[in-house]
Ligand binder design. Structure first.
Ligand SMILES: *Cc1c(COP(=O)(O)O)cnc(C)c1O
Length: 391
């Protein structure tokens, strides 16, 4: 098979604006670069008007053109199965729309909220759980809507942690992103800011000195990124993570467990230990959300738990994320995992270690766990930051 076009074309490969301008989006563009399977061709035929497809030339260059099972390929080229829904699939799998007190705000937990700053991403993931919102028109959230969202945070002192997400906030210009971060930083009760982004994975050249110099003005700032397979940890992606870490930004990673992409012990061990080498701490491993059109990429809960069992004890605890289900209908995240408790009693618990051996943990006789100093510490005079926002 001869392919008319190379994967990488153009001189601007190192320029993130060039990467966004030259995204590969349509069936013909993809078919000119790799031989499509019938399933992929049908998925791409169905895409227009149904779901977004866009791949940066950088991320496209990681695709194995000879193998449709390539984990990068499966994350960006749609399958005809995206047209199929299973019972229980939802357009809004996390019930976000019903927990939205202002456009762009999802406030599910007492002390933290999500701020969706835009609906554009650098690539469109086949497993996206916000596909109902993301990338239809590629319009940024309006300035009025953003101002209203910021106002909600200003008048809600219980919010001490704001997650800026989208869409991908790092596809905004530095100036636009800085406006949002500066506005959040100016709110006294906002203690920490988090950014959720896939840019280090799919557009790593975006992470340059100018971005890092701007971001580090808004500490404490955390970034959670989204690597799903060790193949994505290229020298460029690693350099992007290191640069952010050098700017003092603690990095976490949220992986989505995807059937046939990363649903293997070898892949997850490699992914999580390699992330640590780039100073990225695995944070969450998500069971797939029940987002319409993504059920072919979900695994059973048993699979997720069996995989976790092969991580704990075998690799550094630092490399092990929490396995969570973000429950349908906005009931929030529930942490799940292997059950290491064999028996529980007032005198002792019997536990199973990672090798399957049983061991007893004797309980103390005195069950009272009161901290007598709390009264003093939380009286106001001793606490270094004596404000408690939790209602
Ligand atoms: C995931 C999520 C958060 C953050 O949850 P953490 O467990 O603190 O990382 C906050 N708000 C919403 C709506 C979320 O979905």
């Amino acid at each position: 098979m001869t392919l008319a076009l190379p994967i990488i074309d153009g001189d601007g490969f190192d320029d993130w604006h060039w990467q966004l301008r030259n995204r590969i989006t349509g069936k013909d563009e993809i078919a000119a670069r790799l031989p499509l399977t019938a399933d992929e061709a049908a998925g791409l035929d169905a895409a227009p008007g149904q779901f977004r497809v866009a791949i940066t030339p950088y991320y496209f260059s990681l695709i194995d053109r000879d193998n449709p099972a390539c984990p990068v390929r499966m994350q960006v080229i749609p399958s005809a199965r995206e047209l199929q829904n299973e019972p229980g699939d939802l357009a809004d799998p996390l019930g976000e729309d019903s927990h939205s007190p202002a456009t762009g705000i999802f406030h599910r937990y007492p002390d933290r909220c999500l701020l969706l700053a835009l609906d554009r991403c650098a690539i469109y993931c086949r497993h996206c759980n916000r596909r109902r919102l993301v990338g239809k028109e590629e319009s940024p959230i309006s300035r009025d809507d953003l101002e209203e969202a910021l106002d909600y945070i200003r008048r809600t002192p219980a919010i001490r942690d704001v997650l800026v997400s989208g869409g991908d906030p790092l596809t905004l210009s530095n100036a636009r992103l800085e406006q949002i971060l500066a506005a959040l930083r100016a709110i006294p009760h906002v203690e920490i800011i988090r950014i959720g982004t896939r840019v280090p994975v799919v557009l790593p050249m975006r992470v340059d000195d100018a971005l890092c110099t701007m971001l580090k003005k808004y500490h404490p700032l955390y970034i959670n990124t989204h690597f799903n397979h060790p193949k994505e940890l290229t020298p460029l992606a690693r350099a992007a993570c290191e640069k952010l870490a050098d700017a003092g930004i603690p990095l976490g990673n949220q992986t989505v467990l995807l059937r046939g992409v990363n649903s293997s012990v070898r892949v997850l061990r490699k992914l999580f230990t390699e992330l640590l080498r780039c100073r990225v701490r695995p944070y969450y491993l998500f069971q797939g959300d029940v987002a319409a059109g993504t059920s072919h990429l979900r695994t059973s809960v048993e699979t997720g738990i069996a995989l976790m069992q092969e991580l704990r004890g075998h690799i550094s605890g630092l490399a092990i994320p929490h396995l969570v289900i973000d429950t349908p209908g906005g009931m929030g995240k529930v942490s799940i995992g292997p059950d290491y408790v064999v028996a529980r009693g007032p005198d002792k618990w019997t536990l199973r270690n990672y090798e399957g051996k049983l061991v007893d943990y004797p309980q103390p006789a005195d069950k009272d766990a009161t901290c007598a100093y709390d009264e003093v510490y939380f009286s106001g005079s001793q606490a270094p930051h004596g404000h408690e926002h939790t209602p």
